[in-house]
Design a protein around this ligand. Structure first.
Ligand SMILES: [Zn+2]
Length: 213
């Protein structure tokens, strides 16, 4: 089976997305890119995470053509392909509809660094202008807005996060959701202040160092 290890990871992290309440039902999707052989393992379209087996995970090439797997790839395949092309540092992508990140996205609101843990995703998580789900327009909008962050909000839709591996992309998605909730709560009772740019640089450097250890 092509990309057997990566397909197993897609199954495991899919269940984790449900467990940590970052997705509901069959919403959201995730992928891993083996840049060595140019193949991407991506969650199948419309299949419950708890029922997904490694052989259900679709394997596509960089043009999106299915090369292995029993099922159709996720309907957001175009967004995954576009982001891998835009970001050579990304080898994994997690897309969620997590509640607090999506709340901000429904306000067309970017997420500033009001809490240091946002550093796992970048200095800011911008909100990409709305486009219909599953379209090349949405892929283009997300790629234009993400900048050098590890995550981007998708207006009236959800969150897209990337990383060097699935653990990193998943962590970025989870930390953004946490920071989005904190931001929402802080905004409800006052005006939160933002951590200065230079301090965020320092935090991001410390996180990178932490990761290496
Ligand atoms: Zn979605």
């Amino acid at each position: 089976m092509l990309l057997e290890h990566e397909r197993t990871l897609i199954v495991e992290y899919g269940k984790l997305l449900l467990e940590r309440r970052l997705v509901a039902g069959t919403s959201g999707n995730l992928s891993v890119f083996d840049r060595g052989n140019g193949c991407i393992a991506i969650s199948p379209s419309g299949l419950a995470y708890e029922r997904t087996q490694p052989e259900d995970v679709a394997v596509v090439d960089t043009a999106g053509t299915v090369v292995d797997g029993l099922r159709r790839p996720s309907s957001e395949l175009a967004m995954h392909l576009a982001l891998y092309e835009k970001r050579p540092d990304a080898c994994a992508i997690v897309h969620t509809h997590s509640v607090f990140a999506t709340t901000l996205a429904c306000l067309d609101c970017s997420l500033p660094a009001v809490h240091y843990l946002l550093g796992f995703a970048g200095k800011v998580v911008r909100c990409a202008p709305y486009a219909t789900f599953g379209t090349p327009e949405l892929a283009g909008s997300a790629c234009a807005a993400i900048g050098d962050s590890q995550a981007v909000l998708l207006a009236h839709h959800g969150l897209l996060a990337c990383g060097a591996d699935l653990a990193e992309a998943f962590n970025a998605a989870e930390q953004v959701e946490y920071c989005a909730e904190i931001y929402w709560r802080a905004r409800a009772v006052g005006t939160p202040s933002v951590i200065p740019d230079g301090e965020m640089d320092r935090i991001i450097e410390k996180f990178a160092d932490y990761g290496r250890r």
